[in-house]
Design a protein around this ligand. Structure first.
Ligand SMILES: O=P(O)(O)OC[C@H]1O[C@](O)(COP(=O)(O)O)[C@@H](O)[C@@H]1O
Length: 341
């Protein structure tokens, strides 16, 4: 495979393919395993992720890349094969989460700043050797309008960190996924999400230009423009699609090859239906696909539930969700296909 940043980025958003976000940090995966009553140990995390990476149909037909966590990129399957090799053997690209998580900003209650820039140049060089060809950094933007959250200061600090990270990635021959996640927690309406996401993306592309990041060698991982989970009115898939595309046309340069959405707490089917509605109103200047964590994994996690005898059921559930999102990335999904399965 070509090692050019632009070619890797294009491959990450290949037609009908999307990214499996399997980079849950130890704290997050523990929360997921708690739900299915599985103890989170290095071995159980490995067994679970190995199950997904060995799912042939999903990995070869629907998944372009996998975001890994530091522990996982160093782990081997039960038979000793490095997990990175399993991913590569399926034709998908290994990637790595490099941020160190979001921490409270001093003097700005409710705002967080994502840490992890110290020593990043050296870590990038190591991850490249371990096989990573793309990376991911997530900035977390909460909305609490009554409390002036997010502040302009938070947007500025977070987008500057994203740009510094992106430049370091490109120096190392690694494609940066830039992820400014405006959270859907809260009671705000869809238009508030639009405004906050707009302010975030305008600032983000300012900072990426200022840092001389080559946009052709980047992927954007944003939230959709969507109602807060506790909003009085939940917008339809059509309204989400229309507002999301309107916003991106205003803010995301066409030089960016692809946009891979996070699922952010949407249900599996919502995340698929919304991605489908977005692609159904194309053509668009960029590829629009998925980089889902929860919306790809909730079903396989439940089906597997930590039992070796459920392996095939877990893989079937993963294949189904990956297939549905593959169709949504092409704008060809129909809800009847969910019921048929
Ligand atoms: O808090 P953590 O452990 O960094 O995890 C955040 C998760 O959010 C994501 O960025 C998006 O995941 P979702 O699709 O579940 O929202 C994942 O890549 C990542 O695993």
């Amino acid at each position: 495979m070509s090692e050019r940043l632009e070619d890797i980025a294009v491959a990450m958003v290949a037609n009908g393919k999307g990214i499996l976000a399997a980079d849950e940090s130890s704290g997050t995966i523990k929360k997921r395993f708690d739900v299915i009553g599985v103890e989170s140990t290095a071995d159980s995390r490995r067994d679970y992720r190995e199950m997904m990476f060995r799912t042939k149909e999903a990995m070869t037909k629907y998944i372009s890349g996998v975001i890994l966590y530091d522990e996982t990129i160093r782990q081997s399957a039960a038979d000793g094969t490095p997990l990175v090799d399993l991913i590569k053997a399926s034709g998908a690209i290994p990637g790595i989460k490099v941020d160190a998580g979001a921490k409270a900003i001093v003097n700005f209650p409710g705002d967080t700043i994502t840490e992890g820039l110290d020593g990043l140049r050296e870590r990038m060089a190591e991850y490249y050797k371990l096989g990573a060809r793309f990376a991911k950094w997530r900035a977390v933007i909460d909305i609490d309008t009554g409390k002036n959250v997010p502040s302009a200061y938070s947007l500025s600090a977070n987008t500057q960190a994203l740009a510094r990270y992106a430049a370091l990635c490109q120096e190392a021959g690694i494609v940066p996924i830039v992820e400014p996640e405006v959270l859907m927690d809260g009671a705000h309406d869809i238009d508030t999400c639009y405004d906050v996401t707009k302010a975030t993306l305008v600032k983000l592309y300012d900072e990426l230009y200022a840092a001389r990041v080559v946009l052709e060698g980047t992927i954007l991982k944003p939230n959709m423009v969507i109602s807060g989970k506790k909003a009085a009115r939940q917008a339809s898939a059509e309204e989400i699609a229309e507002k999301t595309i309107k916003l991106f046309r205003e803010t995301v340069p066409a030089a960016v090859p692809g946009i891979a959405f996070l699922s952010g707490g949407q249900s599996d089917e919502e995340a698929t239906a919304n991605l489908n509605a977005i692609n159904a109103i194309g053509p668009h200047p960029w590829k629009l696909t998925f980089s889902y964590g929860r919306a790809l994994q909730a079903a396989p996690q439940k089906a597997w539930s930590g039992k070796a005898e459920n392996l095939a059921a877990g893989q079937a559930a993963f294949t189904h969700r990956a297939h549905m999102n593959h169709l949504a990335a092409l704008g060809q999904w129909k809800s009847a296909l969910e019921k048929a399965a």
